[in-house]
Design a protein around this ligand. Structure first.
Ligand code: SF4
Length: 456
């Protein structure tokens, strides 16, 4: 289904839409307060942007450097061209060690590759250990946000879900009780796990080490208790040097949740005490995106989620309406590169207000890229007949000021005089979920001309 159709499902529950909107705006506000405390925030963004651009331009060298150093550290490195190869590699590693129970910390890459169902089909239990991820896993839903995967669920829904799956007592959505019960449930899973899977936030070419950021310490808990650690990373997670890490750690936490730093920034370099450590480096369409000059900057993304929190469309349509692993503005740039027809509605799910580009910690020109996808989609995919014709009509209208003025007068009169039922009649899709304001007596142009006359 297209974004407008899925959004209209989310929009049926107005109360939910309102608290979803408010909750994300609260996070955006926290981000603002936090970044305003950093002197030179803009310079830090610029630096992050430049480091990413440099890394992507020299990716071949840095990937080889990373692999060489990781191998020296005793880590086994695997390369996967696509999701299928990634899943096969992870499964083979687990099979070699007879691992049947896996704990996984939050990783959007494994979501992208649909690793959980792949392993479950082969008899392996996979438990997501990030609390939000566990909630959506129990609900059999995909995450709706890359940092706050269960933001679309309120505490009462979680209460019901836990009663059903974890056999907790009804608690009127008491967050403390629910968290304690989740903790007990996950602790048992951690203790009995045969292997731990994590994502990677930053991989450092210079050292062969990598960093995983969590707020719950679940990546550490999993990797310290299980004898096998498999880290899965998209190749864009690479940074050249250890000294660059400070730039990104400062940018990431502040942009994501407004924290000065993520609670746990866990550094991994070599396996401990005879344990095994594997890294799977994945392409899965990234090389193709890198080859598109207009869109290569989308690979700078450090997955902070700030563009989602600020986007008025995301906040009021919910993450599931994007029907993609990465939702929101950045997802609307990444997804069409994977399947243009399936995701053709996503670049239009934006007001192009530019707020996403303003908050992006690595200065991705998100709204310009959305606009570029629109141009490609309009040329390469079939557009509805009415939309095509009306765009031609509007194009002609906008190029003739006199005619535009006349039609504007009629439009303003209609908005003032006709009943709402006529204005919001079926052909007016815009009016389905919006009340248009009363038309003003004069246009801005008329008002401006009158004002200029008076002031002369
Ligand atoms: S595009 Fe920018 S703002 Fe959006 S998630 Fe990525 S880094 Fe964050």
């Amino acid at each position: 289904m297209s974004h407008p159709k899925l959004a209209s499902i989310f929009n049926k529950d107005e109360q939910k839409v309102n608290w979803h909107d408010k909750a994300l705006w609260f996070v955006r506000h926290k981000r603002d307060l936090s970044v305003h405390q950093v002197k030179g925030w803009e310079a830090l963004r610029e630096l992050g942007h430049n480091i990413k651009a440099h890394t992507l331009s020299n990716l071949d060298d840095y990937l080889v450097e990373f692999e060489t150093n990781a191998l020296k550290n005793g880590v086994q490195v695997h390369w996967a061209a696509n999701a299928k190869e990634h899943n096969t590699i992870v499964h083979q590693i687990l099979e070699e060690h007879g691992a049947k129970k896996v704990v996984k910390s939050k990783s959007m890459l494994t979501e992208e590759c649909h690793l959980n169902p792949y392993l479950e089909d082969r008899g392996i239990e996979v438990i997501d250990t990030d609390l939000g991820e566990r909630i959506v896993q129990l609900a059999k839903e995909p995450p709706s946000h890359i940092v706050l995967p269960a933001i679309h669920k309120n505490r009462h829904e979680v209460d019901k879900l836990f009663q059903e799956h974890l056999h907790t007592k009804p608690c009127d959505g008491d967050p403390q009780y629910l968290t304690q019960e989740a903790r007990k449930h996950l602790r048992e899973k951690f203790i009995n796990a045969d292997a731990a899977i994590t994502g990677v936030n930053f991989a450092i070419a210079e050292t062969g080490g990598f960093v995983v950021c969590t707020n719950e310490g679940n990546a550490d808990m999993g990797t310290h208790l299980a004898p096998i650690h498999i880290a899965c990373m998209g190749f864009e997670k690479l940074i050249p040097k250890q000294e660059h890490l400070g730039v990104f750690l400062r940018l990431l936490a502040r942009s994501a949740t407004g924290q000065p730093i993520t609670t746990y920034s866990s550094h991994f370099k070599r396996p401990m005490n005879g344990n095994k450590m594997h890294i799977v480096i994945v392409d899965n369409g990234r090389a193709e995106q890198l080859g598109r000059p207009d869109f290569r900057k989308s690979l700078h993304c450090i997955r902070c989620g700030a563009c989602m929190n600020t986007c008025p469309i995301y906040r009021r349509s919910g993450g599931h309406s994007y029907d993609a692993t990465i939702p929101g503005p950045i997802g609307s740039i990444l997804s069409p590169g994977k399947d243009l027809t399936k995701h053709s509605s996503l670049p239009f799910a934006s007001t192009l207000c530019g707020s996403c580009s303003d908050v992006c910690p690595v200065k991705i020109d998100i709204h310009s890229q959305l606009y570029k996808w629109r141009q490609i989609i309009t040329k390469e995919t079939k557009q509805p007949f009415v939309k095509k014709k009306s765009m031609v009509f509007m194009g002609k209208l906008f190029s003739k000021p006199k005619q535009f003025e006349r039609i504007g007068k009629i439009g303003r009169w209609a908005l003032r005089s006709l009943p709402q039922s006529m204005i919001n009649a079926k052909p007016n899709v815009w009016g389905k979920s919006r009340d248009l304001p009363k038309g003003p007596k004069q246009s801005f142009d008329e008002w401006y001309r009158n004002r200029m006359k008076k002031s002369q």
